[in-house]
Design a protein around this ligand. Structure first.
Ligand SMILES: C[S@@+](CC[C@H](N)C(=O)[O-])C[C@H]1O[C@@H](n2cnc3c(N)ncnc32)[C@H](O)[C@@H]1O
Length: 215
């Protein structure tokens, strides 16, 4: 299958070569049910659905969790994408199109739902803080998780612990962003290292950016 991560004229956390490197991980593990923690504007979500549709037809599920503008449950430094505040674009045409013509907040659940509309039978979007909502979600069928939500130590530990509790021993894949030097976030790395040490899980570093864990 040819891999071609598209940005769809929106914002994404996986710019340039990183989109295809991400898709390669999907190709490698061939999941049917994918969870993304940290949906942002839905671009990786859309690429995941495009990929899963090509691989499995309509027989796939995508679950995405994001604050979608809701308050976090605890005061934490999550290192939010700067774009989220006032929806700033470096491209002036995008600024006019989204902020003045459509007046659309790309990180709202309505906007992402609309963007993923062609897959509406396969997707579920959840608005909330993973420190609260992850525990309430049925995770048993998820076979691949992209962990890219809150970037504080406490949230990464919380998310990994809950995923592990529901998935351990089943060869489930958790791909964590911002671990290696290419997009290093100290709190994220410390949380993944501590979690992995405590649970005896091997960390595979992908392209000096992602940490891939198998539960
Ligand atoms: C780096 S962006 C995700 C990028 C996205 N995965 C992509 O590839 O385009 C991080 C997202 O996580 C969300 N977020 C931050 N803290 C969160 C939390 N505690 N629970 C759920 N979502 C959170 C933010 O609203 C933001 O949209």
């Amino acid at each position: 299958m040819s891999l071609n991560y598209k940005s769809y004229w929106r914002k994404t956390g996986l710019k340039g070569k990183w989109g295809n490197i991400f898709l390669e991980r999907l190709l490698n593990h061939n999941p049917k049910n994918v969870l993304e923690i940290g949906v942002f504007c839905g671009v990786t979500a859309r690429n995941i659905c495009d990929f899963l549709y090509k691989a499995h037809g309509n027989n796939f599920n995508y679950v995405g969790i994001d604050l979608f503008g809701k308050d976090q449950s605890v005061e934490k430094n999550e290192i939010a994408p700067t774009f989220l505040k006032d929806q700033k674009f470096s491209n002036p045409f995008k600024n006019i199109y989204y902020n003045y013509i459509l007046k659309e907040n790309l990180n709202s659940i309505e906007s992402v739902n609309k963007f993923l509309n062609q897959y509406n039978k396969n997707i579920k979007l959840i608005a909330g803080d993973t420190n609260k909502v992850l525990n309430e979600i049925d995770l048993k069928n998820i076979d691949f998780t992209f962990l890219d939500g809150g970037h504080s130590y406490q949230t990464v530990i919380n998310d990994l612990s809950i995923l592990y509790e529901h998935m351990k021993g089943e060869n489930k894949v958790v791909l964590c962003d911002d671990y290696g030097e290419a997009s290093f976030i100290k709190e994220v790395k410390s949380a993944i290292d501590d979690f992995s040490n405590n649970n005896n899980i091997k960390i595979r570093l992908i392209e000096n950016r992602f940490a891939e864990l198998i539960f």
